[in-house]
Design a binder for this molecule. Structure first.
Ligand SMILES: Cc1cc2nc3c(=O)[nH]c(=O)nc-3n(C[C@H](O)[C@H](O)[C@H](O)COP(=O)(O)O)c2cc1C
Length: 209
């Protein structure tokens, strides 16, 4: 598929056919994501593809339990409607044929060590540089999404489920210093979502000649 067509076709797909995503396709999506730019070519990522129904169910249950802890008093109609919405957007992945978890190894540049000794800590420096490792993960996830579309799938980026980060890391055996950063649900689209409105070019672009 042409790049422009792929970019324009991409939309967050949350309803999937039951068809499995073959391992070769998951591998190809991740291979392409691995070609993304990263700070100092650190490639601070690891991708864990989950097609196991029982594990996906355990993950969704962990998210539900955490949301229940966080919103125990959603009594009124309005509150419970919000809770239902949040729950849906954080757990629909349960029915996806595959979910790819993206983990990050926090990046520490050589310069951090020098600066650490003088003034601020790694976290301060990282904040000043607007988290280049997290930016790198964003680049990889976008490449993953576009590759999924190019290979004929629908996909959706998820971060809402990270409310249960600790439990999810245990379930996926992700150990320190690695940190879960995002998930991508993938499958053949059962329903193509309505295209979301996007800002016009004039609203997002400034040219300084
Ligand atoms: C960092 C990030 C986190 C997101 N987390 C979720 C999520 O937890 N659940 C979900 O259903 N969609 C999630 N999305 C998808 C957005 O809701 C979606 O991209 C946005 O509404 C625009 O729609 P579009 O992707 O169809 O253009 C996330 C997207 C990004 C970039």
């Amino acid at each position: 598929m042409e790049l422009l067509q792929t970019i324009e076709k991409r939309a967050s797909v949350r309803k999937y056919l039951n068809d499995q995503v073959p391992l070769t396709d998951l591998e190809e999506m991740v291979r392409r994501a691995g070609l993304s730019p990263s700070v100092n070519n650190s490639q601070p990522w690891k991708f864990i593809a989950i097609s196991n129904r029982s594990l996906l169910d355990q993950m969704a249950q962990a998210v539900e339990a955490r949301l229940q802890e966080m919103m125990p008093d959603a009594d009124s109609h309005a509150q419970s409607a919000i809770k239902t919405t949040v729950e849906y957007f954080s757990t629909f992945f349960r029915d996806a044929p595959a979910v790819i978890a993206v983990a990050m190894q926090p990046y520490e540049a050589i310069i951090d060590k020098l600066m650490n000794a003088r003034s601020s800590g790694h976290e301060d420096i990282n904040r000043l540089r607007s988290y280049p490792d997290i930016q790198s993960i964003g680049a990889a996830v976008q490449t993953l999404l576009l590759s999924a579309v190019d290979l004929g799938y629908g996909a959706c980026w998820l971060s809402g489920m990270l409310v249960a980060q600790e439990k999810l890391q245990k379930l996926l055996q992700i150990a320190d210093p690695w940190k879960l950063m995002a998930f991508v649900a993938v499958g053949k689209a059962a329903v193509m979502p309505q295209k979301r409105d996007k800002k016009a070019l004039q609203q997002i672009f400034v040219h300084i000649p």
